[in-house]
Design a protein around this ligand. Structure first.
Ligand code: CU
Length: 492
């Protein structure tokens, strides 16, 4: 596979195997090493980069020098139809799922602004797999609603990369649609084609069954079990069907930038009636030829290219085929033009297929009897707090004014511990006053935590940040859980 990929690359570089003297290229063409790219300096004034919503991609880059690019990406939490009559609150990079397509050149310097719309309820950040650095930018881009973060990076490696939100609970942010693609073109670009499109798969988990009408909440338990209710291309069923189908003309070459946001499922990406002439597997630099179905990992990508020879409707599917017919993973490419009977002569039937626990230290182990001492509960709770609660309430428990209420010195928390258990287990929304300040937002149920974990976290919280309290027991949590109804979508 790599040798196949190297032939055109060597040709591009002017390294033909003949001993004839090769002319010195006037501009760099073909991929550079990351070390070479790191040395490039931007030429010219900063440029505001155009980013596009799917299925569109920005035009190929014609610059032959690296540039400084400014990207503004706005996070919006929006209610959208994911199927006919089925609404869902999607968390988006730019207003749609998948997020805006970003196209840069290897060696470009990017100044990235992540803007979290003031109407949003959740904090968000961004991890771009194209970024070399801690968290792919996540560590520098944590942004509360109504705030904006800036960080900069240089695009060192060419390829097609996924970006996604990495704010806890990470799985939930991705499941709600927080992913997109960034293409880093090698100098000289990709080979010229006639059409380029952006298709990204994702799995969705709703409380109601497939196509059950109404506004559907996220179902944490189904997500944990990887039991997807919907598997969708470009964020909704029918996003690439009918007059929204992709189009091409006979004789043209089509390139699809294919991504998979997951959060859980890998895609067996296939186009019914076509053979991929080339697949840049996993979005990397080398291509494989003559491929029927390509595997696109969760958090991964592929670039597929094919020439369309005969007219008709070609169906984009996940060939894990129940997902296509029973979960929504179906798109269309409509090709117009004259028949080519020798290539395909049958009768053409259109529409035939329309039918965080990231604890870095091991938690304390209970002594005989299965019960932790208060100190050990605080220790275990502290580890969990760091991966679960601190995203919003902050590591120092002071919260963020107007957005996330404080746990440090909180009269609400310390006044009634059983009520606080209820908040953690079942979530809370609507107006609340903490230490005389008003808040009105949403805390999702932390229903992925078991009784012991909730007890430990609350023991930690009520004995940290200057708070002093007693012990919260798993028995107390169990009682609250049993006496309050499980909110829709909460884990069991
Ligand atoms: Cu997010």
């Amino acid at each position: 596979m790599s040798s196949l990929g190297l032939i055109p690359l060597l040709a591009l570089l002017g390294c033909a195997p003949t001993p004839a003297p090769t002319p010195t290229p006037t501009k760099p063409v073909g991929p550079l090493t990351a070390t070479e790219a790191a040395k490039l300096e931007p030429v010219g004034d900063p440029v505001d980069l155009e980013i596009t919503s799917a299925p569109h991609v920005p035009p190929p880059i014609t610059r032959d020098t690296p540039a400084k690019l400014v990207i503004n990406l706005e996070v919006k939490e929006v209610q959208k139809a994911i199927s006919d009559g089925v609404d869902y609150v999607q968390w988006t990079f730019g207003g749609d799922v998948p997020g805006r397509f970003i196209r840069v050149r290897q060696g470009d310097s990017v100044e990235f602004h992540l803007n979290n719309h003031p109407d949003n309820k959740m904090p968000h950040n961004i991890d771009l797999h194209a970024v070399t650095g801690p968290g792919g930018g996540a560590a520098s881009s944590f942004t509360a609603p109504g705030h904006s973060s800036q960080f900069s990076f240089k695009a060192l490696n060419p390829g097609l990369y996924v970006y996604h939100c990495a704010t806890a609970p990470v799985g939930m942010h991705i499941a709600n649609g927080m992913y997109g693609l960034i293409l880093v073109e090698p100098p000289g670009g990709l080979p010229k084609v006639d059409r380029e499109y952006y298709v990204m798969q994702g799995d969705f988990y709703t409380v109601g069954k497939y196509r059950e009408k109404g506004l559907q909440p996220f179902d944490m338990q189904k997500a944990i079990e990887e039991n997807a209710t919907y598997v969708l291309f470009n964020g909704s069923e029918g996003s690439l069907v009918g007059d929204k189908a992709l189009t091409a003309k006979v004789g043209e070459t089509v390139r699809l930038f294919v991504g998979n946001g997951g959060p859980n499922l890998v895609s067996s990406f296939h186009v019914i009636g076509e053979i991929f002439d080339r697949v840049y597997t996993e979005g990397g630099s080398n291509f494989q030829e003559n491929v029927q179905t390509t595997l696109v990992p969760a958090g991964g990508s592929a670039i597929v290219e094919f020439k369309v020879d005969v007219p008709g409707t070609y169906i984009l599917v996940d060939h894990s085929i129940f997902r296509t017919f029973n979960k929504g993973a179906l798109g269309m490419l409509k090709v117009e033009g004259p028949d080519d009977k020798p290539v395909y002569s049958g009768k053409e039937i259109d529409d035939v297929y329309l039918a965080d626990k990231a604890a870095s230290t091991a938690p304390p182990v209970p002594a005989a009897g299965g019960v932790l001492s208060k100190d050990d509960q605080i220790k275990a709770g502290g580890l969990l707090f760091a991966g679960t609660c601190s995203t919003c309430h902050q590591a120092d428990g002071k919260g963020i004014e107007g957005v996330f209420p404080p746990l440090a010195g909180s009269d609400f928390l310390l006044g009634d511990v059983e009520r606080a258990i209820g908040v953690v287990v079942n979530g809370r929304s609507g107006p609340i006053t903490v230490n005389g300040k008003d808040y009105n937002s949403v805390m999702p149920p932390m229903s992925n935590l078991n009784d012991d974990e909730v007890a430990n976290i609350l023991t930690y919280v009520t004995n940290s940040f200057g708070n002093s309290g007693g012990v919260v027991t798993a028995e107390q949590v169990k009682k609250v859980r049993a006496s309050t109804p499980r909110p829709p979508g909460a884990a069991h």
